[in-house]
Design a protein around this ligand. Structure first.
Ligand code: NAP
Ligand code: GDP
Length: 321
């Protein structure tokens, strides 16, 4: 019997993993989804107690200080320190308690800023990250270094995945923290409810920045399925990019249009260029994933946006906002 501990089990990706496991039905695995109420993973003793209690054989390590462009720009020191502490506590405790496999989460936003495209798994350490999120990026990059070091010294199979931008139900919609999709969903919902009496043609929704940056987005339920495949079947320490295809990259303005369609918002979309754009693009290649899972079909972007907007509307009271 495998016992899988998911750190960060109460967040966007953790909830998607939980939904996928529930849908799949019984297997030879027992799962435990831990949130920060179970243990503050910046604290070593609390981390050790959680592992001693749950006795995992396998770990999916998601817990992290996470946020969008503006949260990163204002808090690089906290992103660096909190994530360094969490990652070291989780990896070392997993090793000490004999976990045979750990799958940790990096991100395509930790890649070098000045680079050639598409970016792939071999390029994580090839140059400084974008200055907006260097704290988060260096902490995440060190997971890969640490995974190799546990493998060199102890033969451990501790690996990592590199997802592109993620969205879906249970996202973090807090305006000061959120990534672009939950941020826009929250703001558009607010505009629609607060201006219910304004004629549709007079309503104006603001897209932060120029709307021109490009991003690849993966639906959280797709990512969950792929991460479970990594846990069960991907036996290499080297990271693997989990992203939609390069052709599925969209502009931030197109994201706003998809969200507007899902809300049936007929007002104007206006770009506020006084706000930062962040990295222009971070186009990643999923060729390695495609070589291993050639047939995988990602959920269509517009459909996933619709489901995510519907989830927010139906779960407004409990949503993190
Ligand atoms: P999220 O929704 O913000 O969830 C973060 C999770 O981490 C929550 O379960 C939270 O617990 C937990 N956590 C935070 N600080 C903790 C602490 N000190 N001790 C214990 N648990 C703590 O984040 P997510 O979007 O699911 O991200 C999951 C992983 O994917 C992260 O490693 C992130 O870096 C990576 N990633 C995210 C994106 C994205 O676009 N969202 C893109 C690429 C990679 P509570 O909620 O219980 O406090
Ligand atoms: P990133 O992909 O790591 O840069 O982070 P985000 O998910 O925060 O995406 C940032 C991009 O979306 C930038 O180009 C922002 O200017 C743009 N953007 C537009 N509206 C919003 C919003 O409401 N929230 C956030 N976080 N970004 C927005």
């Amino acid at each position: 019997m495998k016992k899988v501990l998911v750190t960060g089990g109460t967040g966007l990706v953790g909830k998607a993993l939980e939904a996928f496991i529930k849908k799949e039905g019984p297997t030879d695995e027992e799962w435990y989804f831990a949130g920060s109420k179970d243990a503050d993973l910046t604290n070593l003793a609390a981390t050790q107690s959680l592992f001693a209690k749950e006795k995992p054989t396998h770990v999916i390590h998601l817990a992290a200080m996470v946020g969008g462009l503006f949260h990163n720009m204002n808090n690089n020191l906290d992103f660096l320190r909190n994530n360094l502490l969490i990652n070291d506590n989780v990896l070392q405790t997993a090793h000490e308690q004999g976990c045979t496999k750990v799958v940790s989460c990096l991100s395509t936003c930790i890649f070098p800023d000045k680079t050639t495209y598409p970016i792939d798994e071999t390029m994580v350490h090839n140059g400084p990250p974008h200055p907006s999120n260097y704290g988060y990026s260096y902490a995440k990059r060190l997971i890969d270094i640490q995974n190799h070091a546990y493998n060199d010294k102890y033969g451990r199979l501790y690996t990592s995945v590199i997802p592109c931008n993620i969205f879906g139900p249970h996202d973090n919609y807090k305006p000061e923290v959120s990534h672009v999709i939950p941020g826009m969903i929250n703001r558009m919902h607010k505009l629609i409810t607060e201006q219910a009496d304004t004629p549709e043609s007079e309503k104006v929704f603001t897209v932060f920045g120029s709307g021109k940056p490009l991003r690849q987005f993966i639906y959280s339920l797709d990512l969950a399925e792929l991460m479970i495949w990594v846990l069960r079947s991907y036996d290499s320490v080297e990271p693997i990019v989990l992203s939609v295809d390069e052709a599925q990259e969209v502009t931030i303005f197109e994201v706003a249009q998809a969200i507007a369609t899902a809300f049936e918002f007929k007002g104007k979309l206006v770009c506020d260029t006084s706000k930062a754009d962040g990295q222009y693009k971070k186009t990643a290649s999923n060729a390695k994933l495609r070589s291993l899972l050639p047939e995988y079909t990602f959920t269509d972007f517009e459909t996933a946006i619709k489901t995510s907007v519907e989830w927010y509307r139906s779960n407004y009271e409990q949503a993190r906002k």
